[in-house]
Design a protein around this ligand. Structure first.
Ligand SMILES: Cc1ncc(COP(=O)(O)O)c(C=O)c1O
Length: 414
């Protein structure tokens, strides 16, 4: 069959909803300055969908650093891959500062978190090695695992008993192959907001030989005393063998990094295909990241403000009787019961009548019959935003219970 013909009829699990959803539920245009309030469909909305945790996205000092760097360097410099012609002293400086911040010997910049994770996993293992990973891992981990030519064992989310079972299986296998074991977890799981059980995972190192790789996309900059992330928060940073952080969330930019021993980072520099065969990060992103990292290190007020909002939102939702699951991070899921059409109608009501813009997650990401409204509090939000949102959520919960979002009674056309 012709590939284009097949595509005509098979749009993929997300694409099949494109006709009804495009431009509203998917690919919505949030316009205006990055903040707690942005324009959507010509109206100002209260936005809870941006991973701009520390509110740095539109901070005047950050905007100035980005603009000055763009004026001085342009977007082109340096040209070529790091290894060939794209190296600068600023890239090295940022790596040294990130490594120090994460209490690691060295770090390596990645152009994108997603591709970087895939490629780092690919570079770290050979077909003799076994990967053991959490079932609720982010797509970039799953795709990295998919590239692996050897065995992979998955453990149910944060199930340490089962992880130990998988480690036993993996150990048996690697004793035969002569390979090693790479355990991969997340610092913070982005949907449910619970932290990976890093302390318990690390404790298993006493019984089993493995290296631990942690994707801390949602922990970097916001968790731990200094903001170094989930490892610092749980007191096990030294036991994380390879640490990953992205600039796309708390730093409100683009790019990412891995940090580890100097030897492993040197190996990754020469073996990570996503970096060897791609152009180096442009200078404004590097200079901009240096500025953001400096602000994280020297001005705790952004993190303090963030956590004030996070605690108020999560406590307020709980006090109002909402189910917010097991979150141990800024990620704030609100679980409701309803069908997918009800979820759609509810989001429409929230956006159009309460001017609240948040993300919705439904089956197959969560079990059938569950509606997950995912809120991302940031330092750019206010206490009024929190109170207003909890009140609005209480109203939509009543509507949902009363069957008002039943599609027979409400139009979901936008
Ligand atoms: C857990 C996790 N890992 C990796 C990534 C990818 O990061 P980036 O946006 O820098 O590609 C994300 C972002 O969505 C994430 O949530």
């Amino acid at each position: 069959m012709d590939i284009f013909e097949r595509i005509k009829n098979n749009r993929g699990p997300l694409g099949e909803h494109a006709k009804e959803a495009h431009g509203y539920f998917t690919f919505p245009k949030l316009e205006g300055e990055l903040s707690n309030r942005m324009m959507f469909n010509g109206k100002e909305r209260l936005v809870w969908s941006l991973n701009n945790y520390l509110g740095l996205g539109n901070h005047p000092d950050v905007r100035k650093a980005d603009a000055d760097a763009a004026a001085e360097w342009g977007m082109a410099y340096p040209m070529g891959a790091r290894m060939m012609s794209g190296q600068t002293k600023y890239h090295e400086q940022l790596e040294q500062e990130l490594a120090a911040f994460e209490s690691k010997e060295a770090a390596y910049l990645l152009n994108f978190g997603y591709q970087g994770m895939v490629s780092a996993i690919d570079a770290l293992v050979t077909r003799k090695d076994v990967i053991v990973y959490d079932a609720e891992s982010h797509a970039c981990i799953l795709d990295g695992v998919r590239l692996h030519m050897g065995k992979r064992f998955v453990f149910p989310h944060n199930n340490i008993e089962n992880l130990e079972k998988q480690l036993k299986r993996a150990t048996k296998l690697t004793n035969e192959t002569g390979g090693g074991i790479l355990v991969i977890s997340e610092g913070v799981f982005g949907m449910s907001g619970d932290q990976g059980k890093l302390k318990e995972i690390v404790a298993l190192k006493k019984k089993y030989d493995f290296r631990l790789f942690v994707d801390d996309a949602h922990g970097f900059g916001v968790l731990g005393k200094t903001g170094a992330g989930t490892g610092e928060e749980q007191g096990v940073q030294d036991e994380i063998d390879v640490y990953f952080g992205t600039f796309a969330k708390s730093m409100a930019s683009i790019g990412a990094f891995v940090a580890s021993t100097a030897d492993v980072i040197n190996y990754l520099q020469y073996n990570m295909r996503s970096q060897i065969f791609a152009k180096s990060l442009p200078m404004p992103l590097v200079i901009g990241a240096l500025k953001r990292l400096d602000m994280i290190r020297t001005d705790p007020s952004h993190k303090e403000k963030l956590w004030k909002i996070v605690n108020a939102l999560q406590d307020g939702l709980k006090n109002a009787g909402f189910e917010i699951g097991k979150t141990q991070s800024c990620v704030t899921p609100v679980y409701l019961n309803g069908t997918i059409p009800e979820a759609t109608a509810l989001i429409l009501d929230l956006r159009e009548n309460y001017d609240i813009f948040c993300s919705m997650v439904v089956y197959p990401v969560v079990p059938k019959g569950i509606i997950l409204l995912r809120l991302i509090p940031t330092a750019a939000h206010t206490m009024e935003d929190v109170v207003y949102t909890i009140d609005a959520f209480s109203k939509i919960r009543e509507n949902l219970k009363a069957g008002k979002y039943n599609t027979d009674k409400i139009s979901t056309t936008v």
